[in-house]
Ligand binder design. Structure first.
Ligand SMILES: *[C@@H]1O[C@H](CO)[C@@H](O)[C@H](O)[C@H]1NC(C)=O
Ligand SMILES: *[C@@H]1O[C@H](CO)[C@@H](O)[C@H](O)[C@H]1NC(C)=O
Ligand SMILES: *[C@@H]1O[C@H](CO)[C@@H](O)[C@H](O)[C@H]1NC(C)=O
Ligand SMILES: *[C@@H]1O[C@H](CO)[C@@H](O)[C@H](O)[C@H]1NC(C)=O
Ligand SMILES: *[C@@H]1O[C@H](CO)[C@@H](O)[C@H](O)[C@H]1NC(C)=O
Ligand SMILES: *[C@@H]1O[C@H](CO)[C@@H](O)[C@H](O)[C@H]1NC(C)=O
Ligand SMILES: *[C@@H]1O[C@H](CO)[C@@H](O)[C@H](O)[C@H]1NC(C)=O
Length: 607
């Protein structure tokens, strides 16, 4: 293990070499050597603080120890507490009593369905639409969520806890075949341990539809009465064999509680092989390249498609996955540009529209002269570094700190610069954690933020999220909703001041928070809570008239969140490194965030 760690070690010395060099291809406009020195200092602090970040002390959970001084290798210290020992086991056994449950429930669920019809799923016995699948995003997100959560119990079936489901149209069917292109909605019923219907909603199901070259999260609907549905769709181009997985992660809103690690249920209830059949008469509307107006949508329902593949691909000593040629082209309509550039071994994300993958020249063309302001959690730190390293031609920058304000110039043309300001919002003290939006309580922190909006010029764009720290900080959803409202009001005030000076306030890209991965799925910043918090904060920001564009990074990360192959639990964009990952294997740790970088560039640059 130490030998692997060596690879990363030169990081600080690179910084030291950079600092005095007059031959730098790039110019630091705003601040100079002192800032770099501070960057070095802060970076190492940041390195340490990762440890506290993944070690939510309140919950006595796992810890990942990263030692910034010696070897940079990850050491996993097993939890001293028995409550975290049930590792998310995604290759688990058959659901308990599935067949029996299935037998005595399918007839109850949809008594009108002729069982013979159920087996012919290529006919229209399931609901069929032609058009792209979309995630529901309702008005009154916060109010609806509160109302469902506070729905009274009373009757035994409203107090019952789900342990199983029955899925009509899926259970008891040997080989499930569905028409590619169509949307197939399947209803399912929550059941308690005696096989009886649960008649209240709020269970959090994780759903995954995966094939050789496709990964997506089938949207789940909660009817509030123990009945749910998921919807499946695969583009005809990707017809073939798939697995559908359904995991019950939390029962009845328990993921939204303050402390959740004891409450995670995390049981795989279905792992169903199925086949999508291509039919000549079924087509979908062509996916267009994303336009500006496409970023209006609050919640996305996209997919990762694989446009190329190198089975022999190995990680190189510098931690990179150069599996395909850097210029390996996208295939229309799934993306535009070179998919090789994101080093994903062929995977690319698209949603209700598809994205351009930017070359350095195109990115500089768009960004030159701009000022981008980031406010959010430590995932921004990774995204900015990935933007600089992989797109803007600055591979020599090993890290950016949690707080900085710098100009970077185009290595090909030093008269082109972009100013990037990033202020971490995990805590008002940049070395600390778990304060989230509540960091605005600190007046020095508020003044720091305001300062950037009082110059002759203000940022052109602000990229914002609430972040994982909020998941740990807030005692309740209601408290978070108030905090989100306060944060939105703060920014409204800042923007109004800008307007009153006759200037144009920045555009706001609401780039929501990741789905936490693997072991982190049951912690206080679990996906159930983060999805809710994303929705609440977005609503409050919209109510304050602050949102120009939405980038649904939650949906983007979701297909990769089941384990720690492409994330360390809380980050999808760590710097390339050939070292053992959270689960003891070498991971592929940066491409998901690199995709996000390109999606952000689309949001910034397309007309
Ligand atoms: C199904 O139920 C029957 C009795 O109703 C029982 O004998 C049998 O073992 C059960 N099978 C499974 C797989 O649980
Ligand atoms: C299933 O339905 C389709 C369309 O309605 C029909 O053409 C086909 O023959 C049916 N298959 C079976 C096995 O019933
Ligand atoms: C399929 O849909 C058509 C038109 O919507 C309808 O007329 C027909 O009865 C449906 N067939 C089945 C098997 O549900
Ligand atoms: C739950 O509500 C949905 C939508 O209102 C309805 O279609 C379904 O039949 C209900 N389920 C049960 C078990 O009552
Ligand atoms: C489905 O899952 C099984 C085992 O989990 C795996 O062997 C198989 O390759 C998967 N199929 C697809 C199409 O991904
Ligand atoms: C460098 O960038 C400036 C500003 O965009 C442009 O006017 C100039 O032509 C560029 N120079 C070269 C050599 O491309
Ligand atoms: C931030 O926290 C660190 C560590 O606890 C402390 O040393 C430092 O003084 C704090 N900074 C401010 C501005 O409070």
């Amino acid at each position: 293990m130490p030998d692997k760690g060596v690879i990363l070690h030169p990081v600080p010395s690179q910084l030291l070499i950079l600092r005095p060099s007059p031959l730098l291809q790039w110019r630091l406009g705003a601040l100079t050597a002192l800032v770099f020195f501070l960057m070095l200092v802060v970076w190492s602090i940041d390195g340490c603080s990762i440890q506290t970040f993944v070690e939510p002390w309140r919950f006595n959970a796992y810890s990942v120890k990263i030692s910034p001084s010696s070897s940079h290798s990850l050491r996993i210290s097993p939890s001293p507490s028995p409550l975290t020992s049930p590792q998310p086991n995604l290759a688990s056994e058959e659901p308990r009593g599935r067949h029996n449950l299935t037998m005595h429930t399918t007839k109850v669920v949809e008594p009108t369905l002729d069982p013979k019809k159920e087996t012919n799923l290529t006919s229209n016995s399931t609901r069929v639409q032609f058009g792209w699948i979309a995630a529901a995003s309702g008005k009154g997100f916060t109010a609806n969520l509160m109302r469902s959560w506070l729905a009274p119990g009373g009757a035994p079936c409203r107090e019952a806890k789900t342990v199983e489901i029955s899925v009509s149209g899926v259970d008891g069917i040997d080989s499930l075949e569905l028409t590619a292109g169509e949307i197939h909605e399947f209803r399912f019923q929550a059941l308690d341990e005696s096989g009886k219907h649960v008649c209240i909603g709020g269970d959090y199901f994780e759903t995954d539809l995966s094939g050789e070259s496709w990964k997506s999260r089938p949207p789940v609907k909660d009817f509030g009465n123990g009945t749910y549905s998921f919807s499946l769709q695969v583009h005809p181009e990707f017809a073939g064999d798939y697995n559908l997985t359904v995991i019950l992660l939390f029962r009845h809103f328990q993921g939204l509680k303050f402390s959740t690690s004891r409450l995670g249920f995390d049981r795989k209830l279905r792992n169903v092989p199925l086949r999508f059949i291509k039919k000549p008469d079924v087509t979908l509307p062509e996916l267009r390249s994303c336009k500006r107006s496409d970023f209006n949508r609050d919640a996305w329902s996209g997919r990762w498609t694989r446009l190329g593949k190198n089975d022999e691909c190995q990680i190189s000593n510098d931690g990179r996955y150069r599996c395909l040629a850097a210029d390996f082209p996208c295939r229309k309509p799934w993306c535009d540009g070179a998919v090789g550039a994101i080093e994903s071994n062929g995977w690319v994300y698209s949603t209700h529209c598809s994205f351009e993958l930017f070359s350095g020249d195109k990115a500089w063309d768009c960004l030159k002269g701009k000022w981008i302001f980031f406010w959010g959690d430590s995932n921004h730190v990774d995204s900015i570094r990935n933007l600089l390293n992989f797109v803007l031609g600055h591979p020599e920058i090993p890290a950016v700190p949690r707080r900085f304000d710098l100009k970077f110039s185009n290595p090909k043309n030093s008269s082109e610069t972009v100013r990037i300001t990033s202020i971490f919002n995990g805590h008002w003290n940049e070395t600390k954690n778990y304060q989230g939006l509540d960091s605005l309580q600190d007046s020095d922190f508020r003044e720091l933020l305001k300062k950037y909006f009082t110059e002759d010029r203000v940022p052109d764009v602000m990229i914002v999220n609430s972040g994982l720290h909020d998941g740990i900080h807030w005692t309740s959803l209601r408290a978070f909703a108030k905090g989100a409202e306060t944060a939105a009001a703060f920014w409204r005030g800042v923007f109004d001041k800008v307007k009153s000076r006759g200037l144009q306030p920045p555009e706001v890209i609401f780039r929501n928070t990741i789905a936490t991965g693997g072991y982190a799925r049951t912690l206080a910043f679990n996906p159930s809570k983060m999805e809710a918090f994303n929705g609440v904060f977005l609503e409050k920001m919209r109510d304050a008239g602050l949102v120009t564009s939405v980038v649904d990074n939650f949906d983007m990360t979701y297909p990769w969140h089941y384990d720690n192959r492409c994330n360390d639990g809380v980050h999808y964009g760590r710097a390339p490194a050939k070292l053992k990952w959270r689960d003891g294997e070498i991971g592929h740790q940066y491409f998901v965030d690199l995709m996000l970088v390109h999606v952000l560039l689309n949001a910034l640059c397309v007309k």
